[in-house]
Write a protein that binds this ligand. Structure first.
Ligand code: HEC
Ligand code: HEC
Ligand code: HEC
Ligand code: HEC
Ligand code: HEC
Ligand code: HEC
Length: 382
């Protein structure tokens, strides 16, 4: 039988907004009806005990914009992610009391209470923001003025959800050193608590891409595949053209070895957040750098300069930008049609002949032989 702690039911009633009160009541009913036993959260560093309420799957509502919002936090999943040691309130800073008011948006670049070991300073994602602000995805232009269409520029949450730690063996099958067995070696020395598990999964999951190439393409497609977005920024339909190439097809069918958007648009070895326009001389896709990008040690290592002439984002319907490809396509479409229709006509005529073997446009007179036969049978009176 679930009971909410007393301090939450006393003294604060006046301060509850109406919706909140209603929701709280609903929640209480769920708790009572469900007979769900309240167990203190196992390990989340959660001073105000946020999961007390947020562990209920039904905690949701339709917001002002008609969007379904789920406020349920799966603590199990949360504890498998990199933020597990961060308190809810470290990110949701405006929530200081329970019950709480509507929450403000989380700022991903604030400092948290964790110390990053190499620099021994409080950890923050601010350096990522600096890189992002220097990239083509920055909301500011080179003069520091706000660009047009602010809502089109990606913030952290447009590309990221709470990730999970995944052991290397999850993807690559079990091999020496990166499996349970590998973990057991850490445990030989680091025996206390979850220390070994934590650092093992921290390191192994950082050694691989968090997302499959296919997911990366989806992230970029959210904006770059949207026709209205492309028109606002005068950009080509790069997602469609990419998907028509070998790279795109292989990735669509599940390959992780083939180039996705990031492999080409990030200078090899740099942060994935540093994407630049191909008109910038420092960009990986700038005309003089393309060959080097293709030749990085994981891709076309031995390719010559000529590889740079390969056009990745060919738009076959754009005669101005890609005249060669446009007219080639038209030529082959014509050729195909000609060959196809030629044989279709032949087959049709052949079919006619089979269905009507004796049909002819020329009315022939009966030959002598047939008239003799007809005459003789008539004479016999058959
Ligand atoms: C007494 C139960 C309760 C507790 C404890 C609680 N919440 Fe909530 N929380 C709710 C309810 C109910 C909602 C949905 C409110 C609504 O419909 O807007 C909610 C909504 C939220 C939202 C989304 C609100 C928005 O406007 O976007 C956030 C974020 C949130 N809670 C964070 C927290 C954090 C962090 C804590 C711990 C410090 C916490 N909550 C503790 C009941 C609770
Ligand atoms: C690393 C930072 C971080 C931590 C730690 C964190 N959150 Fe959040 N939370 C976010 C972000 C970012 C969002 C997205 C909405 C926003 O931008 O505010 C969010 C959204 C939410 C929402 C609303 C979902 C919605 O659809 O609007 C709830 C509820 C919530 N968090 C509860 C919690 C609870 C409970 C905890 C502790 C177990 C927690 N959060 C810990 C960053 C965090
Ligand atoms: C345009 C999309 C995009 C935006 C915007 C973005 N990221 Fe990323 N971020 C990525 C991708 C893609 C990865 C690569 C990791 C993966 O495989 O998913 C990544 C990786 C990371 C990593 C892991 C380190 C690494 O290189 O693997 C962190 C931390 C991170 N991002 C934080 C942020 C923060 C903080 C912001 C906001 C200031 C932000 N990101 C904005 C796409 C984005
Ligand atoms: C032979 C014993 C031994 C094994 C096996 C071992 N460690 Fe360690 N580890 C240590 C010792 C001793 C230290 C502290 C000394 C130092 O800082 O060099 C340490 C330090 C660390 C630290 C740094 C802690 C800090 O706060 O500075 C991490 C992280 C770590 N080990 C993770 C691992 C992981 C993960 C594995 C398994 C892949 C592992 N260790 C295997 C003995 C071991
Ligand atoms: C939230 C929307 C959004 C997402 C998600 C997004 N972008 Fe962008 N992207 C933009 C905007 C806005 C521009 C700027 C266009 C301009 O300069 O007007 C842009 C520009 C670019 C450019 C430069 C185009 C040029 O002018 O040469 C490249 C390259 C690019 N993005 C790649 C990516 C990749 C790769 C991803 C996925 C990791 C991605 N984008 C995800 C919004 C987005
Ligand atoms: C094989 C390498 C490669 C891959 C994969 C790739 N690109 Fe490109 N991309 C380029 C090159 C090179 C250019 C510049 C020359 C050009 O337009 O062909 C470019 C140009 C662009 C532009 C600017 C187009 C314009 O209108 O000026 C955008 C935006 C873009 N890419 C986004 C993406 C996205 C999103 C993906 C993934 C769906 C992707 N690219 C995949 C190499 C690549």
């Amino acid at each position: 039988m679930g009971v909410l702690p007393n301090k939450m039911l006393h003294g604060t009633a006046q301060r509850l907004t109406e919706t909140f009160a209603a929701l709280l009541a609903a929640l209480l009913v769920i708790v009572m009806l469900g007979g769900l036993a309240w167990t203190p959260p196992a390990q989340a560093e959660d001073e105000l005990n946020c999961v007390l309420c947020h562990k209920f799957r039904g905690l949701s509502r339709i917001d002002e914009n008609g969007r379904f919002r789920l406020f349920y936090i799966n603590e199990n999943l949360f504890m498998k992610g990199p933020h597990k040691r961060i308190m809810c309130m470290d990110c949701h800073r405006d929530i200081k009391k329970i019950p709480h008011d509507p929450a403000e948006k989380v700022d991903c670049t604030v400092e948290c209470h964790l110390t990053e070991p190499s620099g021994k300073q409080n950890f923050t994602h601010a350096p990522v923001k600096e890189i992002l602000d220097a990239s083509v995805h920055s909301r500011y232009d080179k003069e520091g003025n706000l660009k047009d269409h602010q809502e089109d520029y990606p913030g952290c949450k447009d590309c990221h959800e709470q990730p999970l730690y995944r052991p290397l063996s999850f993807f690559k099958g079990k091999s020496a050193g990166i499996s349970r067995r590998g973990l057991s070696r850490c445990k030989t020395c680091h025996q206390t608590g979850d220390f070994a598990e934590d650092f093992y999964s921290h390191v192994t999951s950082r050694l691989q891409k968090t997302r499959e190439s296919r997911e990366i393409v989806e992230v970029c497609a959210k904006c770059h595949a949207d026709p209205a977005f492309r028109e606002r920024h005068e950009l080509d339909d790069v997602v469609t053209s990419y998907k028509e190439t070998f790279h795109g097809k292989a990735v669509t069918f599940g390959s992780d070895e083939t180039a996705d958007c990031l492999d080409c648009h990030v200078v090899y070895g740099e942060s994935v957040h540093s994407i630049e326009s191909h008109t910038e001389p420092t960009a990986s896709t700038y005309k003089n750098n393309i060959a080097a990008t293709c030749r990085n040690e994981e891709c076309h290592v031995n390719a010559g300069e000529g590889i740079a002439s390969y056009q990745v984002h060919t738009d076959y319907s754009n005669a101005e930008k890609y005249p060669m490809q446009y007219y080639m396509l038209k030529f082959f479409q014509g050729l195909m049609a000609a060959v196809l229709y030629f044989f279709v006509i032949i087959i049709f005529l052949e079919l006619l002949r089979r269905l009507f073997p004796n049909f002819s446009f020329i009315k022939e007179k009966p030959t002598d032989a047939t008239s003799v036969l007809q005459n003789s049978s008539a004479e016999k009176g058959v």
